[in-house]
Design a protein around this ligand. Structure first.
Ligand SMILES: Nc1ncnc2c1ncn2[C@@H]1O[C@H](COP(=O)(O)OP(=O)(O)OP(=O)(O)O)[C@@H](O)[C@H]1O
Ligand SMILES: [Mg+2]
Length: 320
């Protein structure tokens, strides 16, 4: 009442893109909250890159509307891109340029003054961890360093929204951790981050919100916690005790989120009505009842399970 809903960073409605008869993006409603790290998740060919290219104005939608930072995007006007930072999938930069030179070239394209470039470029080189290597040729950069100069490029114009298309593609585990940390830093600087990935565990570790698509169609979109909780069927906790007692059995059943308890010797199989992590509560209750836990594990409830379930269910979908 009276309050204007805070504008979303990205809002598409009915977004559709076809490549001749192939429906790459199918009536997609994508909503990205401001100041979030939003994971855009889907298997190969799901339509992530196509959607992103439409958001940044490189491709034109066939149907639907696209709003980025409150402005309608139609695919031809460049000014709507000025507040967006974009790193394409597997960016290829000229090998004969030095890292710092590349940023300078892009800075000029953004219309930054020499003074602005002088201030901003060293800051970004530092932020992405390339200090000391900025005067090396890009041709001599490792994949990880190329991704990082790509991210620096995406941050040049101090964008409100940063869109990164699979920034950890081709990186080794260490490089992937570094890129994840970098995304967190970017978000802490106050930017909204939209990051595409087919790697579930990665999204799970850094994102506050997740959208899952497959074959161009939206399967789920919500906070990470809600999407993780979308599993069909209950979450199960297995507990191994040194010795079962009736007092322990009774105590566990008293917990408000426990549906059923099945005992097998000193093992309990506890069915929950929640996908939240309640291991601490279960453990505390058992200890209070005089039980001693020697093992505990939770089945399901991670994004990987949800993702596989959603994608498998969707196999008969209309798009290809
Ligand atoms: N230029 C193109 N011409 C024809 N078909 C295309 C073109 N670009 C993409 N496609 C098709 O559109 C669908 C979506 O592709 P897109 O690249 O958007 O998926 P993606 O989710 O980014 O996949 P990946 O994880 O492999 O990067 C795929 O079936 C792909 O083959
Ligand atoms: Mg892609």
């Amino acid at each position: 009442m009276g309050f204007r809903k805070m504008e979303l960073a990205v809002e598409t409605t009915g977004l559709t893109k076809k490549y001749s008869s192939l429906i790459a993006v199918n009536k997609l409603d994508l909503k990205v909250e401001r100041n979030s790290i939003h994971g855009f998740l889907g298997p190969n060919g799901a339509g992530k890159t196509t959607t992103i290219k439409i958001l940044v104005g490189l491709l034109k939608a066939d149907e639907g509307t696209v709003k980025v930072l409150g402005q309608e995007v139609r695919g031809d006007q460049a000014d709507s891109r000025l507040n967006i930072g974009y790193m394409p999938e597997l960016p290829k930069f000229p090998k004969h340029l030095k890292g710092a030179e590349l940023l300078d070239v892009y800075g000029r394209m953004y219309g930054m003054t020499e003074q602005q470039r002088k201030e901003q470029i060293p800051k970004l080189i530092d932020l992405v961890g390339l200090k000391g290597r900025e005067n090396d040729l890009i041709g001599k950069y490792s994949k990880g360093m190329q991704q990082r100069i790509g991210i620096a490029q995406a941050l040049l114009n101090n964008p409100e929204l940063v869109i990164l298309d699979e920034p950890s593609l081709g990186l080794d585990p260490v490089g992937m951790v570094e890129v994840r940390e970098l995304m967190k830093v970017i978000a802490e600087e106050g930017m909204t981050v939209l990051v595409s990935s087919h790697l579930l565990f990665e999204v799970e570790q850094i994102c506050s919100h997740v959208t899952i698509i497959n074959k161009g169609t939206l399967l789920a979109s919500d906070t990470l916690q809600k999407v993780s909780g979308m599993m069909t069927g209950p979450a199960i906790v297995h507990v191994e005790l040194t010795k079962f007692s009736d007092a322990v059995g009774k105590a566990v059943k008293e917990l408000p989120f426990v549906l059923t308890v099945v005992r097998n010797g000193n093992n309990l199989r506890i069915e929950l009505n929640t996908h939240e992590d309640v291991r601490a509560e279960v453990s505390q209750k058992i200890t209070q009842a005089g039980g001693v836990i020697v093992g505990m594990n939770v089945k399901g409830s991670n994004l990987e399970d949800v993702f596989l379930q959603l994608v498998t269910k969707n196999q008969g979908g209309k798009a290809q």
